[in-house]
Design a protein around this ligand. Structure first.
Ligand code: NAP
Length: 436
């Protein structure tokens, strides 16, 4: 019975759903052994370090991941970085196929003057900071001013804005990293602006995220009713309104009509505002926006500007993949043809394949599509290329599934006593010792 060995690089949603698709495709004539590599000692990728802590239900998919990992033909190699601890050239000959599920972890740049000033961050730094990613614990997030500006009109921008605009007591019962929670409790930020460069009708927010805004208990959410009305008129004039846009416009109307409670904390949406420049003397002090308008369906710069005084700007305008030695990247993604890396036995799934779009569940169908191609491409005879363990340097403490289970259980146990789902350990040597 053909028994194929598949390597999956990256233990995030794309990685686990790839493993699941392989497991589901098995039959008496087709068996897969799966080795999953992850550079961190912790698993679940964006489910751990991306999903906002006040959205715990989304994280329940981790139970599915752990079920996938409990299969006897699944091995975990955590704390092993492909491209650094082992090369892709050492992996490829040992497996029938290698699936890169390494996501996109680098924030896209605005490309405007002042972007490098202290206090100008990417969501790719801010989000893993509050979520306890070990590499981002020391990110400097200035919370001494009273105003923050978030650039971008997508769900990541919304997550960043909520985390800054909520009363931090609302995060006390979540798994927000302790260093971030302490900083948010001491934060002076009371007003959070979210700036979109086009109109509300073009925003990438999804309507469930918008509909939850009027329910915030300690934060007023502000959008100008005229802006919503104008967006609706423009959408009507442009022809049939798409379902996603109609749902968003309705959500905007409800936000605009929701009475303001006069909370000291607010989140305020500004549209048709394109970032032009970040100014400041040694730190961010001001963001200059160009005011756009929409003429005949096109976004046009009016030449007018608006300034917002702030010490914290977070750009949430998308991501691209980090480079991995031995893998070819193009346009911020692994260079691929529908998931196949042509001329190799490498495949790719998730954000590394298609760019940073879709929700966690999108990776399930993406993985199923790529696994179908992978199976079509398999040689009739498995490769039998030898075990990978011989090439992993002995100095690296590998976190296997048993070790990861110990980390997971220790974090949950630490959380139970203080009424949180878990307390995340954020120091790599500490994580490694929890696994022992
Ligand atoms: P996104 O949905 O693609 O939104 C990016 C935003 O950045 C857009 O509004 C875009 O505006 C804007 N932008 C791009 N370049 C810009 C520039 N130079 N200046 C100003 N604005 C600029 O990306 P994302 O928010 O990073 O989210 C990534 C994916 O994760 C999305 O599919 C999202 O739905 C998903 N996600 C889901 C959840 C959830 O389900 N709760 C939470 C977080 C993330 P234009 O449209 O004008 O280009």
């Amino acid at each position: 019975m053909p028994h194929y060995k598949i390597a999956i690089v990256g233990a995030g949603p794309a990685g686990y759903f790839t493993a699941q698709a392989l497991q589901s495709a098995q039959s008496e004539d087709l068996i897969f052994s799966i080795d999953m590599f992850e550079r961190l000692p912790t698993m679940w990728g964006l489910v751990r370090s991306g999903v906002a802590p006040d959205h715990p239900k989304i994280k329940s998919v981790s139970k599915v991941f752990e079920k996938i990992a409990s299969d006897p033909n699944f091995r975990l190699f955590g704390n092993v970085e492909v491209g650094k601890d082992i090369d892709i050239e050492e992996i490829c000959p040992r497996y029938d196929a290698v699936v890169m599920c390494t996501g996109s972890s680098i924030g896209r740049k605005l490309g405007i003057p002042g972007e490098e000033l202290p206090g100008s961050l990417s969501a790719a730094e801010f989000v893993p900071w509050y979520n306890g990613h070990p590499d981002y614990v020391n990110v400097k997030v200035p919370l001494d001013g009273d105003t923050a500006v978030i650039i971008g009109a997508g769900n990541v921008a919304m997550d960043c804005a909520r985390i800054l605009a909520l009363n931090p007591t609302e995060l006390d019962s979540t798994d927000t990293a302790l260093h971030a929670l302490a900083a948010l409790h001491a934060s002076n930020i009371r007003k959070v602006y979210i700036a979109g460069r086009r109109g509300p009708e073009h925003a990438a927010f999804t309507s469930p995220e918008l509909r939850e805004l009027p329910k915030l208990e300690h934060t007023d959410v502000v959008i100008d009713a005229t802006e919503v009305h104008d967006a609706h008129e423009r959408a009507l004039a442009a022809g049939e309104i798409e379902k996603h846009t109609a749902a968003n416009l309705e959500a905007w109307r409800l936000i605009a009509e929701h009475p303001r409670a006069g909370h000291e904390r607010s989140m305020e949406f500004h549209f048709l505002s394109a970032p032009k420049e970040i100014r400041g003397n040694g730190r961010v002090e001001e963001v200059i926006f160009g005011i756009n308008e929409i003429r005949a369906g096109k976004v046009v710069d009016t030449g007018e500007t608006r300034s917002i005084k702030t010490n914290l700007v977070i750009s949430a305008i998308g991501y691209h993949s980090d480079y991995i030695k031995g893998v070819s990247f193009r346009d911020g993604k692994v260079e691929n043809d529908n998931g196949r890396v042509l001329g190799t036995n490498i495949y790719t799934v998730g954000w590394a394949k298609r760019g940073p779009s879709g929700v966690i569940g999108t990776n399930k169908s993406d993985a199923a599509d790529v696994v179908k191609l992978l199976i079509e491409d398999l040689d009739p005879e498995p490769k039998n290329g030898g075990d990978i363990t011989v090439v992993i340097p002995l100095s690296i403490p590998i976190i296997d599934q048993t070790g990861w289970t110990k980390i997971n259980e220790a974090e949950i146990a630490a959380g139970v006593v203080v009424g949180k789902p878990r307390i995340k350990e954020v120091v790599i040597p500490e994580l490694i010792s929890l696994a022992e």
